[in-house]
Design a protein around this ligand. Structure first.
Ligand code: COA
Length: 329
């Protein structure tokens, strides 16, 4: 087995400037600030402006990663963008970012795993680094959820937001990304789905009239699977590494609902003060939540050399997983 591992050498995030509060939503759908805060923990979310798309957010993230790692664009080998809201089906968002930052020597692709997009991307990027063939891999998780939200559907439109974050991976022989455990269960596909606009229901006047191009979800079913999925996979990765919840300095779960996070953390024995929760400010930014939170934690000095940091996600597909880091400065 290769002794090379991947470590995170830089983190970045980007949120659109515009903010939509729960009170703003009260004017659009039959909801209330009290309902949204008490059922989800969300107070506000960032939303893109006109003509602003996932590649614009990703480009800002990529430029910050270059600045923080002091690399030139030509040194980037691979760009992976986890997203379910690419600018287009083709070209990929990764290709647009590559052109925008002038990363002439990079190849890359978009990865579709919904809220697990960053975790799946991090595992993919880490494996490319471990192969020994690549030195600098960018992994970005980004979503412009407002582009697929139905603002007539209060079940979905109140919980999502726009934004993203990313990391730069490099080789190490010491710590960094030390373990991962990823899962998928396609039998859950129908519970969180954008039915139209793809090859199954191509865009047509009828598909638009049916609102098929918007995201639909069975919130209660997703909720149950999310708690169980994140708790099980996080407990298992801890056990596989002979750790307990007490060994984790910071747990960064996907930010879908504060109640999901509280329940999952409790089930894996991680106390509240070591759980990062920022859903109040951003809502659920899908593939964006974990890298946004990680970048905030790093900037706020919440992660020290040698700390165990646990990332965990659950999303449409269903897709879920955990990644364990032993932080290396
Ligand atoms: N504002 C006000 N009332 C609302 C509402 C809203 N935005 N959305 C639903 N309600 C109402 C419902 O109509 C229902 O009313 P009723 O009791 O009269 O029928 C009541 O609130 C309870 O609805 P319910 O769906 O049972 O609420 P919930 O506690 O399950 O919370 C979610 C709904 C969506 C917040 C929650 O199920 C959830 O977070 N699910 C997971 C979603 C998720 O994580 N998705 C992303 C992928 S990980």
């Amino acid at each position: 087995m290769s002794s090379i591992k991947a470590k995170i050498v830089a983190t970045a995030r980007s949120l659109p400037e515009n903010i939509m509060t729960n009170h703003d939503l009260e004017k659009i759908v039959d909801t209330s600030d009290h309902w949204i805060q008490s059922r989800t923990g969300i107070k506000q979310r960032h939303v893109v402006g006109e003509n602003e798309a996932s590649s614009d957010i990703s480009t800002k993230i990529a430029l910050t990663l270059l600045e923080k790692s002091q690399l030139s664009p030509t040194e980037i080998d691979v760009i992976i963008v986890g997203t379910v809201t690419p600018d287009h089906f083709t070209p990929s968002t990764a290709a647009i970012v590559q052109n925008n930052i002038n990363a002439k020597n990079a190849w890359g692709f978009d990865l579709s795993a919904a809220c697990s997009g960053f975790i799946y991307g991090l595992e993919t990027g880490s494996s490319l680094i471990k192969s020994g063939n690549y030195n600098n891999v960018m992994v970005i998780g980004v979503d412009t959820m407002t582009s697929i939200l139905d603002f007539q559907d209060r079940d979905t439109c109140v919980i999502f937001g726009d934004g993203g974050g990313g990391v730069l991976l490099q080789q190490t022989k010491n710590n960094g990304i030390i373990d991962s455990l990823l899962h998928m269960d396609g039998s859950g596909g129908e519970y969180l789905i954008i039915p139209g606009g793809g090859s199954k229901i191509p865009a047509s006047v009828k598909s638009v009239e049916n609102r098929d191009h918007f995201i639909k979800q069975d919130g209660k079913t997703v909720f149950k699977h999310a708690v169980r999925g994140m708790a099980d996979v996080s407990s298992k990765i801890l056990k596989n590494n002979n750790l307990t919840g007490n060994d984790i300095s910071l747990f960064i779960p996907h930010q879908a609902n504060k109640r999901i996070i509280d329940a999952a953390a409790e089930r894996c024995g991680i106390s509240k003060e070591r759980v990062l929760i920022n859903i109040g400010k951003y809502g659920n930014t899908t593939a964006g939540t974990i890298p946004i939170a990680l970048s905030e934690a790093v900037d706020d000095g919440k992660i020290k050399n040698g700390d165990y940091v646990l990332l965990s996600s659950f999303g449409a597909g269903f897709t879920w997983g955990s990644i364990l880091l032993k932080w290396e400065d």
